[in-house]
Every structure is written in C-alpha cells, then in structure tokens.
Design a protein around this ligand. Sequence first.
Ligand code: C5P
Length: 409
Amino acid sequence: MRSSFAGKNIVVGVTGSIAAFKVAGWVSTLAKEEAQVSVIMTRSAREFIAPLTFAALSGNPVHGEMFDPVRAERMDHIALGRDADLVLVAPATADTIARLAGGLADDLLTTTVLAARAPVVVCPAMNSRMYLHPATQDNIGRLKKFGYQVLTPAAGMMACREEGPGRLPEWEDVQEILLRAVTEQDLVGERVLITAGPTREHLDPARFLSNRSSGKMGYALARTAFRRGAEVHLVSGPVALPCPAGVRRVSIQTAREMHAAVSQLADAASVIVKAAAVADFRPAVEEREKVKKDRAGLSLELSRNPDILHELGQTKKEGQILVGFAAESSNLEAEGRKKLATKNLDLIAVNNICSDSTGFECDTNQILLIDREREVLLPMTGKEQTADMIWDRVVELRRQRQEMSGGGR
Ligand code: C5P
C-alpha cells in the first residue's frame, strides 16, 4: 500500500534546537514512505547534529548556505520553495519563528519559506518561558495570519530540566497534519459525524454485554476525513485506539449514551457515517450491586435499544448524506439493499464478518458498497484505503446532488 507521502517533494527546515535529533527520525520515516525529502539546516542546527545524518537518512544532499559557488546555477533559495509540495520547519526555534514573522530572508531557510507556494507547517520547540513570551506568541500569531500552520508544542520535562510547554510534538500528531497538507481537500466544508466501536450494555458493576468491534474502521474513516479537509466529530464506544489528530471525540459506553451524543451532533452534520457496532439489546435491569452466583437466574431478560441509524433516516435533513454499515454473515447484497431502503440511507457498506480478513478486529477489509444507483465490490485492502474509497463515493454523491440542485450545498 503506497503512502500518501510517496512522490511528494517535502522541504524540511531544521533549526538550532536539541529536538533536531527527533526530526532525524521523521526524515527517515518520510524517506522510507518514498517522499523526496530536501533538508535545509540553519547554521545553529549544524551545531546540534551533523548534516551527514540528514543526508544519509533523506538520501539527498543537505542544503545549508545561500551562496553556493559550486551549485550557484540551481538557485536553491528559489528552486527549493518553488518545487515543494510541503515545507515543514521543525524544530522551529524562537529565533527562526521571529525571522519568519518579520519576513526576513537572511538565510536559505527563511528565503525558501518566503519563496514557497506550498503549505508551510511550523513545529515550535524551545524552553517554556521563551515559548510563552509575548514576543514569541505575537510572532506565532503572525505566522498563522500568513496561513502557516503552527502546531502547539507538547508539555513536559525539557532538555533544560524545566517543565512546561515547548517540547516538539509527537510524530503521530505531526504526521496527520502533514498528510492533510499534501492531500486533496475534497471534503472541505463537510461536517462529518462518525460513530465507531462497540457499545457496552451493563448487567451489574462488573459485567456487560458487548461485541468484537475494534473501532478500526470508524477510526480510519475519521482520520481520512480529517485529512481530506472535513471537520470531524467521532462518537466512540470503548476501544484501545488513540483519538486521531484533529478529530473531536466523544466517548460513550452504552447504546443509549451513543444515541444521546449522536442526537446532539446530528443536526449540524452534513455527512453521518454509522460504523459503530451498536448493541441491539441491553439487560432489562442494570443491577446496582454485583449479582451473586446463588442469586442469578439462568435466563437474562433483555430490552431493545433504540436503532439510532433508523431514527436518523427518519429525521434526515435536506442535503444530509447518511451512510450505514452492515455486518453480515450471509446474503450480503440482499441484506445491504434491505437496510439501505428501510433505514432510508444514501450509502451502505456491507462487510462479511465470517472471514478472517474482513470485518471485526482485523486491519484489512472488503466492502460491498451499495447506493441507490450503484453496487461496487471494493478490493480487499487496508481499512484506511477502504475508508478513502467510501469517501470517494460520498464526494461523488455530493457532486451529483449539487449538479441536480444547480450548485450550493
Ligand atoms: O440493523 P443493523 O444493526 O444490522 O444495522 C447496522 C447499522 O445500523 C450500522 O450502521 C449501525 O451503526 C447502525 N445501528 C444503530 N443503532 C442500533 C443498531 C445498529 O445505529 N441500535
């Protein structure tokens, strides 16, 4: 599976902070994912880490000086910025941030940023007092006004043995921001609501009924929607997955809690994707005390949970696109078509839960994607790629609707 970074020209500007060594790891990852990485190091960055490290990891010569008599004809200060798909300044010191905010062009990095047409992402890393100083905060405000994306540094113990904000953010968070910057923004303006994971229906304080959903498909949908420019809310049952960067997550346990959270967010959503495996039933009584062996009966009385998706289908707003999932063990097509109609959906993703490589828990999936016009069996692939193919269809449905209504959402 090809990474979204493959083939992209990424300029990484490294400045003089101890966190430069962490960025060496980022460059290595980007190069392994087949990005063309050009590293520019400021003079002080070269005091912290040898250019040879970045040259070896990126597979390209490292750029340092503005005036290179040997390669003068290449005009690096213009060419690097002009050819970039993305410029990442990491770690960005208070000094570099100040020079970028002032529009200075006194070294190769600042000149390249000025000449760039591509998105610019800045990752500040410095002592907390330097970071919190009004001068730095003002400068960061200016960078944001220029349209640069400035990440909030992480808080914690720093190399200077002081605690506070100023640490370079973790790669997992930065990676998502960079992926968004190099991905076509075809979901901009969409307010997406996704549900994911299982629900837990409590019997007593120790026990619950649940199912095998891992949440991986719903989380992949949330990550990819954010990358494609959507504003994303995720209502999630208990799963072992971190909240994707840029996504707002509401954590719930029971189907009724999911119902309440979804009802609050549904009105404002332009697309709703219900990837959660919601329990259809709950124990009729939730005991306050743990049920003892000798008190327990042999049968459990159940009550029906609300069918959230069915309700959303009944109250669907104009223009809203409603996507359901169906976990089936047989008759995939017939079951999918039935749910598309009865739940008043625009699209349904049907998967086979009786295979080891689709459905619950695994990292791959194969989906039968059905809407009112088309039925497509997607290829067996990773859940992120599957998510992207579902979004492709959502984008098409949106375009068709806009054409039919003569533009406007
Ligand atoms: O009817 P069935 O449970 O197979 O439909 C699956 C779809 O309905 C999924 O999208 C699931 O998230 C949603 N669902 C729901 N509320 C329920 C049960 C299922 O929203 N109580």
